[in-house]
Design a protein around this ligand. Structure first.
Ligand code: ATP
Length: 312
């Protein structure tokens, strides 16, 4: 659906987006995730045709953006970080105005506004002035604006920025509903947002893509080692180390406490390919020690994201 090759943007001598390659399939919900200043907005603006790249290509449905800017714009709806709305208008009048400038009239226009009011949960606010709406409700009106022509692709720049937790949950739910039929690209610097809403997460830092995949893919790719914690009663560290270290796949055995109270806490660093808990349990079963705890630690996506972008 969207093919991006070596997309690059310089502001003067500053490289904000650095040779990005991306292929986005129809129907995907993609989260462009990165810290502030990573280059998310610049990338989205190039995808919408709002900014011309310094170099690189963007194709949407095999059309090059340089040669077919208008056709591509017609396929896209864009919601910038703060929806640009006319604050003195009634919500209905505003949507009516947007519909007309997008070429919708008569019954088609009414049907579209009704559909959007329903989809974006605006039934009760159509006769309110835009200025009196909360930020979350304004965002819904902005979303309806972006979707007026029923575009195949929706690009949302930090769609929940500045909203309270209830509003965030509501907007996410709307995005998920939209994502059943459309290709959605959204930017966010909030990991949980990308995790909760997107099928695929593209992590961008200093203008470069540093990870790309499903939540599960990202976790696996970043987990080169597994960590197993065990707690043993009546086990001297040296003997426990001598028993566990030779198990195939165990790379390191560390003692985490002083074991003064007879309880020895260990952290085992293991190669990631296999789950060694069974082997470890069997080795301990053959001793007099008591295994009081064993669990495998998994890195959270939060940790992975921080590790990947930590200089920021
Ligand atoms: P944020 O989450 O803070 O919006 P972002 O990931 O969307 O960040 P961009 O807004 O794309 O990042 O900015 C990327 C870098 O380019 C930043 O260092 C920013 O200061 C710089 N930048 C953005 N727009 C311009 C501009 N018009 N002129 C010069 N530099 C710019």
């Amino acid at each position: 659906m969207i093919h991006v090759e070596n997309l690059t943007k310089y502001y003067d001598k500053f490289c904000a987006v650095d040779r990005i390659n991306l292929d986005i399939a129809k129907g995907e919900i993609i989260g462009l995730l990165g810290p502030n200043g990573a280059g998310k907005t610049t990338t989205l603006r190039m995808l919408t045709g709002y900014f011309k790249p310094t170099s690189g290509d963007i194709h949407v449905k095999d059309l090059a953006i340089d040669d077919h800017p208008l056709e591509i714009k017609k396929m896209m709806g864009y919601l910038p970080e703060s929806a640009p709305l006319y604050h003195s208008m009634l919500v209905y009048d505003y949507l009516d105005y947007i519909a007309r400038i997008r070429g919708l009239n008569g019954d088609k226009k009414l049907a579209r506004i009704r559909k959007l009011a329903d989809l974006c949960g605006m039934g009760g606010i159509m006769h309110n002035t835009v200025s009196e709406l909360s930020k979350g409700l304004k965002q819904r009106v902005g979303l309806a604006h972006a979707m007026m022509t029923d575009p195949e692709i929706l690009i949302l720049d930090e769609p929940t920025s500045g909203l309270d937790p209830n509003q965030i949950a509501e907007i996410r739910e709307i995005i998920r509903q939209i994502g059943r039929e459309k290709t959605v690209i959204l930017s966010t610097h909030i990991l949980s947002e990308a995790e909760a809403t997107c099928d695929r997460i593209v992590i961008i830092n200093k203008g470069k893509i540093i990870a790309d995949g499903s939540t599960q893919d990202l976790k696996q790719a970043a987990t080169k080692e597994r960590f197993i914690r065990i707690s043993l009663l009546d086990a001297p560290f040296d003997e426990a180390d001598a028993l566990i270290s030779p198990i195939d796949g165990v790379k390191r055995v560390e003692q985490l406490n002083s074991a003064d109270n007879g309880r020895l806490d260990l952290r085992l660093t293991c190669r990631s390919e296999s789950d060694l808990r069974k082997n470890i349990y069997q080795a301990i079963k053959a001793t007099d020690w008591i295994l009081v705890e064993m669990h495998q630690e998994t890195k959270t996506l939060e940790t992975i994201f921080r590790e990947l972008t930590k200089e920021n």
